[in-house]
Design a binder for this molecule. Structure first.
Ligand code: DOR
Length: 445
């Protein structure tokens, strides 16, 4: 059976085109002004609503295996398709950590059984798994992840010689979490001496400071330049770091790229007073000035992709007593696209640019095969969006296993109506369709 979506405003390749899109099997068969249904064909009248390529989130933590009290690949991928995210790249700080090819394949097997969205993973680099990283097939997964600053999961890579070896020998995207550990420790020591155990949450961006971010990301970039590594810096959070990236060459030719996350574009340090530990992330949400500079760098193409760093923890974990005990991270994958579409409504960014940063650019950056665009012959990962259907984020409309969101109480004007993954309807009018439709992502490398 085919699916024909009629009267849509289709956003792809920098344009908005009015017309119809025909899905046959797992692919987009035809895009045209007016397509006549033939044979066994389900016809959907989009009534002028927006039709976008499914978003590709290059940084999520879905916690499986081992941390399934927080989340599972099944639960969070359901939230992803409800949010218009049809492909995700998941991070290695699970239990056990994804630091060998065997562990990587175990994750692929779990996703193959339970993921609603398309999936790939990062293999984690450590101080002593260089040989494993070298053995990795270039087409096997999204890339290699290095925690150059400590965060959830004790995966800090701090041996300078090893880092240089990895940069010199890994011929894949190396995605890095950049925060300078010595600076963080020094700042933490100072604030502990002032407040003891009761460090206020608003101090988080002073402990995980702009300086810590800049020191680490500038060092990683210098090393990438020296070694020729293909470096992707995750979750930029400061104004100062934006100067480290260029916009004078096309993305496909860049050797050094950058991701910015929804929370760093949405919140500022003024929000700690109300949201407290719910917006404790690593790197920290910083000042409104930093946020403004991130938007500027995103819009002028120094920053290449928008992602979430979706990182659920339980409500109880987020409400422990003591700054140091509260884990960093929060769930976002269900709300990333609507949050950015809210910024379209506010006139901050165009819908074409949102599609570029959330759909096209992750596909270009990681050489993803046949996804990220509305194009004939591409996989039918498609999202129907009503830009005029206000709703409010509340506990009863969350799909996250942890059952809370830092966005609760937030109103959005746009709503995800339906999501197709590989041509199958995966989410429709508030409900996830109970079957597994995701596929392992293939790469053109
Ligand atoms: O805030 C964060 N949480 N940052 C990270 O880098 C890891 C993540 C997590 O896994 O909880």
């Amino acid at each position: 059976m085919k699916t024909l979506i009629k009267n849509a405003r289709m956003v792809s390749d920098g344009c908005i085109g009015e017309g119809d899109l025909l899905i046959a099997g797992d692919r987009i068969e035809k895009i045209a002004k007016d397509i006549t249904p033939v044979g066994n064909c389900k016809v959907i009248d989009a009534g002028g609503k927006l039709l976008l390529p499914g978003a590709i989130d290059d940084q999520v933590h879905f916690r499986e295996p081992g941390l399934t009290h927080k989340a599972t690949i099944g639960s969070e991928s359901a939230a992803a398709v409800a949010g218009g995210v049809t492909t995700f790249f998941e991070q290695p700080n699970t239990m056990p950590q994804t630091i060998s090819i065997e562990r990587l394949e175990e994750k692929f097997a779990i996703a193959g059984r339970t993921s609603y969205a398309n999936y790939s993973f990062f293999l984690g680099g450590t101080n002593d798994n260089l040989e494993e990283l070298k053995r990795l097939d270039r087409k096997a997964c999204a890339g290699v992840k290095l925690f150059l600053g400590s965060s959830t999961g004790n995966m800090l890579v701090d041996n300078e010689r090893t880092i240089e070896e990895i940069f010199s020998n890994v011929d894949l995207v190396i995605a890095a979490h950049c925060e300078d550990e010595a600076t963080i420790r020094k700042n933490l020591g100072y604030y502990e001496s002032v407040y003891g155990e009761n460090i206020p949450m608003g101090t988080h961006p002073l402990i995980r400071s702009a300086e810590a971010c800049y020191l680490s990301s500038s060092k990683a970039i210098a090393l990438a330049k020296k070694t020729g590594a293909r470096l992707h810096v995750f979750h930029l959070s400061t104004a100062r770091e934006t100067a480290l990236f260029r916009n004078d060459i096309p993305l496909k030719d860049k050797k050094i790229t950058a991701e910015v996350c929804v929370h760093h574009l949405w919140f500022s340090d003024a929000d700690y007073a109300e949201k407290g530990s719910l917006i404790k992330w690593n790197p920290a949400v910083k000042t409104a000035e930093d946020r403004g500079a991130l938007w500027t760098a995103l819009l002028d193409d120094r920053l290449d992709v928008i992602a979430t760093d979706h990182a659920p923890h339980t409500w109880e974990e987020k409400h422990q007593v003591g700054y140091g005990r509260i884990p960093s991270g929060a769930p976002l994958v269900q709300h990333s696209l609507v949050a950015m579409l809210e910024k379209v409504q506010e006139g901050v960014i165009s819908v074409e640019k949102v599609v570029e940063k959330m759909c096209h650019n992750p596909a270009i950056l990681f050489d993803i095969a046949d996804r990220g665009y509305l194009r004939e012959g591409y996989f039918a990962d498609v999202v129907l969006v009503d830009m005029n259907s206000p709703w409010v984020v509340a506990k009863d409309n969350l799909l996250y296993k942890c059952g809370w969101s830092p966005m609760e109480g937030q109103g959005f004007r746009s709503r995800i109506v339906s999501t197709w993954v590989n041509g199958n309807l995966a989410y429709d009018n508030g409900g996830v369709i109970p079957a597994c439709y995701g596929a392992r992502v293939c790469f053109n490398r």
